[in-house]
Design a protein around this ligand. Sequence first.
Ligand code: AMP
Ligand code: MG
Length: 360
Amino acid sequence: MYKHTKLLKVDPEQFCAEELNEACRILLNGGLVAFPTETVYGLGGDALRAEAAEKIYAAKGRPSDNPLIVHIAEKDSLSEVTSEIPEKAKKLMDAFWPGPLTIIFKKCERVPLSTTGGLETVAVRMPVHPVAMELIRSSGVLLAAPSANTSGRPSPTKAEHVMEDLEGRVDMVIDGGPVGIGLESTIIDMTEKTPVILRPGYITKAMLESVIGEVAVDPALLKKPDGHIVAKAPGMKYRHYAPKGSMYIVEGQQENVAERINQLIKEHRDRGERAAVIAAKESESCYPLEIVHCIGSRKNEGSIAAGLYDILRKMDEIGAEYIYAESFREDKLGAAIMNRMLKAAGYQKIYADRSGEERR
Ligand code: AMP
Ligand code: MG
């Protein structure tokens, strides 16, 4: 079903609440509004109305068992979605809210199962972005808001990305310019005895542990999922944050990485295939100018996070059939960056320090 999508430009540094009146009306009527947050753009609908959540799943083409995060603008609103707030969760809220941390609680009756994908728990976040904050505050609606992309595509870090995926499928897109962080929030499950990180993000394990002590990490992170998910043809492999081409993460000493990538590129060129390279600023000059894309500087992990999804979308725009990406350190924000890059690559890796065509 096609609907007209209104595009509203708002300057996050300087806007008044009235500019969001129409967006608030749409939300109050059960419609959908995409809006900027500090992590990525979100697709918002009323978290306490089952039909709004269903519209979100339909617009994104998202499987309805994949739960949505509820966005609030004040800590007090938490009592509308949960009646159990563990002490350690309170400490995290004091330390990191508003900000890019999503906390999982036991849900209360009012939260429809369609918002939580059928789970008895609910994920909640208080974003720090002024437009997101004002939208929730002025509308008085708690916003169920997953990333505003078509399911499986890279998350949107600009309003243009949202329009590309969702124009004609949502009521309004608020353009507040490019987001600051560029990776989705860290998710921590506080319903377990030992809190568990379910998704790495800007708030790192060390930051969480400095506030509440021991935190576990979901063992599934950074690893290829067990079972039968095998990366094969482009478009057929495990897809999440994924460009259309077949992507590989190339690991090893920098000179070996560059040598291996250049050799592979030559082979693709000889076969008439279109290949592209994603490299750090420090090493981009190692690759042919016409196919290398700079993701950011190794000296500034934030620049890599902020550039990642835009570059993955660019791979589709240029029609890259094969994509080779340099690898990054997996500590701090690097854990979140590599988690997203490995998923985008369907966990395909090439070890450049070893001989032969070992791919995993
Ligand atoms: P998105 O907002 O698109 O980044 O997606 C929300 C993420 O939060 C998905 O990975 C969900 O699986 C996860 N999530 C939301 N609610 C829960 C929950 N109650 N338990 C576990 N994961 C959740
Ligand atoms: Mg998402």
